[in-house]
Design a protein around this ligand. Structure first.
Ligand code: ADP
Ligand code: MG
Length: 375
């Protein structure tokens, strides 16, 4: 190993950085679907070959990218979504780091075909292992189609870490499920081997999307949740105590419609259910938290799966209380099929009293509010 300090070539630094964003095919599906959603798409089609290991194609009918911006879209830290640091605390889009397309293109062959509504013709650009190899006009509908193939060909080590095609496919479908749960107004179709695997019609009603994604059987035993307080809305559906699961995988958590994996929120869900379900069993829940973007830091992790709340205790208590309210009143409320879904935010939190929940996990108590977080 050389002991002299030297700058690494750009292609190598890009590939190293890409490792954080693109762990497996499912990460590509997530980033491309989020881009389509950020572009205002109302229809997204996802095509997977070999469980996403062979090819991933995502088409949307969103805003498209103008011809002059297309090469920039592949540059690292190039984004249309934020302009200054404080925008991080106002941002409502899924993306803002300007890393995904650059990362994906550095470890694959990425073809992007796009057209804005104003443009007479579209444009096709192909980038392979970080290098642009083709750019030409193309006839195409308004919107964007990104086709990613030769995934990890330039990073064989990563390829070795991939699991079987079936497992990788299930990771991809997991990502699609979560984004589908958060975006009911978008039609989502999934194709594999040229055939439609499934399709979720667009609906303005969250409850309908949940029922179609989770299946009618389970959703019949889920009840509406509503709670929160000033500046925080907690809503969604959670299972009656007679519907439990062997793992926590059926607990879906969304913060400002972004799917998150959050210890604090999971803990809050389990605290609410502790006395009504058996040990080592888990409820099913689809919970949405809406709060001012200034009260939550999403720039904690490159894949943005983790968040930090400015006031974790208030959030924790609101979730426990909203679920407890449903569990306490189980004799009366209607099941999911009769519900008209969550209504507006409550005026006053029933749950923000001091020390309401001694279950608040210690390790979540002292999280500092990180305005300087991340890069
Ligand atoms: P980010 O989403 O963090 O901005 P990306 O690398 O994912 O970074 O995308 C870079 C830019 O390319 C976006 O900011 C957006 O302007 C544009 N873009 C990417 N995908 C699409 C799409 N499907 N439709 C419209 N614009 C897109
Ligand atoms: Mg993005």
């Amino acid at each position: 190993m050389s002991r002299r300090i030297h700058l690494l070539p750009e292609t190598l630094t890009h590939r190293i950085a890409a490792g954080e964003v693109v762990e497996r095919p499912a990460s590509i599906v997530k980033e491309l679907m989020e881009n389509a959603l950020d572009a205002g798409a109302t229809e997204i089609t996802i095509e997977l070959e070999q469980g996403g290991c062979g090819l991933i194609r995502i088409s949307d009918n969103g805003s498209g990218i103008s011809a002059e911006d297309v090469p920039l879209a592949f540059a690292r830290h190039a984004t249309s979504k934020i302009a200054e640091f404080d925008d991080l605390y106002r941002v409502r889009s899924f993306g803002f780091r300007g890393e995904a397309l650059a990362s994906i293109a550095s470890i694959s062959r990425t073809e992007l075909v796009t057209r804005t509504p104003e443009a007479l013709a579209g444009i096709r650009i192909i980038v392979e292992a970080g290098k642009m190899i083709e750019r030409a006009e193309a006839g195409c509908p308004v919107g964007t189609t990104v086709t990613v193939s030769r995934i990890f060909d330039s990073v064989p080590v990563r390829k070795k870490f991939l699991k079987s095609e079936n497992t990788e496919r299930s990771y991809c479908l997991d990502v699609i499920t979560r984004l589908a749960l958060a975006n009911p107004e978008v039609r989502i179709r999934v194709l594999a081997k040229g055939r439609e695997l499934f399709s979720y019609p667009a609906t303005p009603r969250l409850v309908e999307r949940i029922a179609i994604v989770l299946g009618q059987g389970d959703s019949h035993r889920m009840r509406p949740i509503e709670g929160g307080g000033a500046g925080l809305k907690v809503y969604g559906f959670a299972s009656q105590p007679d519907l439990t699961c062997a793992t926590a995988r059926q607990i879906y958590l969304f913060v400002n419609r972004r799917h998150v994996k959050d210890y604090l929120l999971n803990h809050a869900v389990m605290t609410a259910y502790r006395r009504v379900i058996e040990p080592r069993r888990y409820p099913a829940a689809v919970l949405y938290l809406d709060l001012d973007p200034a009260d939550v830091d999403v720039n904690v992790h490159p894949a943005k799966l983790e968040v930090r709340f400015r006031q974790p205790r208030i959030v924790y208590e609101a979730v426990v209380e909203a679920l407890s309210l449903m569990l306490r009143g189980l004799a009366q409320p209607p099941s999911i099929e009769h519900s008209h879904g969550p209504s507006g935010a409550l005026e006053k939190a029933p749950c923000c009293g001091k020390n309401t929940h001694p279950g608040f996990p210690r390790r979540c108590g002292g999280i500092p509010w990180r305005r300087e977080a991340g890069s």
